[in-house]
Design a protein around this ligand. Sequence first.
Ligand code: COA
Length: 379
Amino acid sequence: MTIPNTNRPVIHKGLNGVVVDSTSISDVDPTITSLTYRGYPVQELATECSFEEVAYLLWNGELPDPGELSLFSQRERTSRSIDPRLQDLIFSMPENCHPMDVLRTAVSWLGARDQNHDVHQSGLSLLAKLPTVVAYDLRRRRGADVIAPSRDRGVASNFLYMCFGDGPESPATNFYDVEAFDRSLTLYAEHSFNASTFTARVISSTLSDVYSAITGAVGALKGPLHGGANEAVMEAMLEIGDPDRAADWVRAQVDAGNKIMGFGHRVYRTGDSRVPTMEESMRRIAASHGGETWVQMYDAMAEAMEERTGILPNLDFPAGPLYHMLGIDIPFFTPIFVLARTVGWTAHIAEQYADNSLIRPLSNYVGPGRREINPQAAA
Ligand code: COA
């Protein structure tokens, strides 16, 4: 008879199901497929409020009144320019590195420059400057001159303007394109204790500074199992090419034991609460951009995946084709996620500092038993 070892620790691989702390920022309730920011359903915020209002809400706990919004926007808009030395740094980065590497380096540089380290001031500065960093990098890789930020546009419109100018073909001049992009920022802004947010909280829990926490969070978001999935979705769609081939492709991938990016979620099991709003925007943009192929691809892949595995799309699945149809280069999809999620990260860093406890879990050692380098000497 084997006597059970009652001292063996219970291992929560991937911290799956572990509640590590309380938060008042957002609530994911998978039982009713719900995500709320400070109590408001995310789909209502995405359609009723601008991304700036949502950022204010996440940082301050309440939606701004018109005076508060005006002051907040003014502070954000006047902080958008970047130091010429940072611009030089962006231009000195290897052309074949991922734009997330440029962004991670830029956050770190901004942290070295800003020794103030007040969480909310730093968050606002990053919210204002990171779109400029990303747009400059996109223009650099296209061999085009940079377009300086405008103070007359909201965050979404300004970003598209810095990427594509304000010609008649630019999404910055199309109301529905700007609206779809703005909604995507709100949907990406916050999602409780996901991997990158938890990374930011771990770093903050050592009482390190906000820029270090966000630099680490950018690194965590880069991974294909997290933020990088939106890029992989579009790459897969382009590889498949023809919607008629989508179902066979999905089945072959599943049968080969490969994961299909843009599907599945650690917390949601009956669907991602953000998908319907992003999907609606994606369908609308497809209708106005001649992107029916991507809608057909989207439907064919989702149907085949559900039929074969029962696994449903996550937010990255509609985000991939949406950004592609707006004309954004694929490697910039995850940096856009950063622009939005910087808001959630900053809210969590402030919450961590306010009631801090060093995050330091335990491990179950399974290596060799105790031994000596020189057993003779020990004897
Ligand atoms: N494609 C194919 N199979 C998938 C899958 C996907 N996207 N997501 C989960 N599965 C399968 C796993 O292979 C596993 O099958 P098994 O039990 O037969 O081994 C089962 O579903 C459970 O998956 P697991 O990876 O253990 O669940 P998780 O909670 O750890 O994973 C994700 C959550 C997000 C990491 C996972 O769904 C995934 O890798 N998705 C693709 C990446 C992605 O889109 N990330 C963005 C998340 S917002």
